[in-house]
Design a binder for this molecule. Structure first.
Ligand code: PMP
Length: 373
């Protein structure tokens, strides 16, 4: 039976495919140890807070005016940051930003998807992807990843040949599995899309890219040779700025020009631009935590394996582990002990975000009790 919302909606012209749907979102609960949405556990330092506050005050003095619609200063700062982080030097015209990489992805599907077009991905993967497709009336096709959560390249090729998608969405590292795409897989997917009539944009979503292990490449390295490749990043994770809502991408300037058509005018507020630029000026300090989080991630993988659990290799700031006959009971048991993780991924698995050493101790202690490890 439809809930009260659905019955009230019957009197409204809500789109047929939206009636009765629940909004996406993990529970926001007030518990001591939050390890459920892959945030950075480290708040900005007081120095960074002071600089952000100063930049916001400056921006406030001009809030009677609309912000810079092209946010060129922010795009230049993001390009400079990427040059240091990845060794790839994008031009300002190759960089685009929006309110989180969620909005980046929406812009991409608004420009390259739409009615009569298809977006393709491979599950398990980020659960917002089908929502961007739905919201832009893009047909959604989802294949499966292999048992070890890597891509089965023959199957990927077969899906691309059969469905001729205009957009392929691949998260690397993938959420919720932590699996990164090796260079050969990125190149194979790009090669497979060469044959799509009408063209195909390959989006590599590197929301967790900065946490990649040594030897794992960034898809940024392939941009120079592939005008249909888009690499998406965010300030929400490694940068520890989830509350500011800043995502960005790097692609051929022709891709960016298409996004400039679909974005709302002034979509990035002057306050957002000021916050992001002030934080980017402290990139070194904010990124200093990434090494520690990576080490804590590797230690968590090792600890879970030592206790006999199955753990997916992770290049991200979270770990998918299992398998539990009743994963909900384990999730609830942890929550009862003040530790919130995420019940996501294939049946039997759970995902924990990497927190501070103290938070990970609380997680391990609670898991030992709950799962009897
Ligand atoms: N892509 C992936 C794979 C994610 O896991 C997330 C956040 N959970 C996002 C994109 C969106 O992040 P944001 O909008 O904060 O940049």
């Amino acid at each position: 039976t439809p809930g009260p919302a659905a019955s009230a909606q019957r009197r409204l012209p809500v789109r047929d495919d939206l009636v009765g749907l629940e909004p996406y979102g993990a529970p926001q609960l007030d518990v001591p140890v939050l390890l459920n949405v892959n945030e950075n556990p480290y708040a900005p330092s007081e120095q960074v807070v002071a600089d952000i506050a100063g930049a916001v005050a400056d921006a406030a003095r001009g809030l009677n005016r609309y912000p810079d619609r092209e946010f060129l200063a922010l795009r230049a700062d993001l390009a400079a940051y990427l040059a240091v982080e990845s060794g790839v030097h994008p031009a300002v015209e190759q960089v685009w930003a929006a309110n989180g990489s969620n909005e980046i992805m929406l812009h991409l599907l608004q420009a390259f998807g739409g009615p009569g077009r298809t977006a393709l991905s491979f599950a398990p993967t980020y659960s917002m992807y089908p929502e961007y497709a739905r919201d832009t009336s893009t047909r959604w096709v989802v294949g499966r990843r292999a048992e070890d959560f890597t891509l089965d390249l023959a199957d990927v090729r077969a899906h691309i040949d059969e469905h001729a998608p205009s957009v392929v969405l691949l998260a690397s590292p993938n959420n919720p599995t932590g699996t990164a795409l090796p260079a050969a897989e990125v190149e194979a997917v790009l090669a497979a899309t060469d044959e799509v009539p009408g063209g195909c944009v390959v989006v590599v979503d590197e929301a967790y890219g900065e946490f990649r292990r040594a030897g794992t490449p960034s898809a940024l390295e392939f941009l120079a040779d592939h005008p249909n490749l888009v690499v998406s990043r965010t300030m929400s994770k490694a940068f520890g700025l989830a509350g500011a809502r800043v995502g960005y991408l790097v692609a051929d300037p022709a891709v960016v020009d298409a996004l400039r058509v679909v974005r709302l005018p002034y979509h990035l507020s002057a306050v957002t631009q000021a916050v992001a630029r002030a934080a980017l000026a402290h990139a070194d300090e904010l990124m200093a935590q990434v090494g520690g989080l990576r080490a804590e991630r590797d230690a968590t993988v090792g600890w879970l394996r030592d206790r006999g659990l199955t753990v997916a290799d992770s290049d991200a700031n979270f770990v998918l582990f299992g398998r539990f006959a009743d994963r909900h009971a384990v999730w609830q048991g942890l929550l009862d002990r003040g530790v919130l993780i995420r019940e996501t991924g294939p049946e039997g698995w759970l995902r924990v975000s990497i927190g501070t050493p103290e938070e990970m101790t609380a997680f391990r202690d609670a898991l030992v009790e709950v799962a009897g490890l």
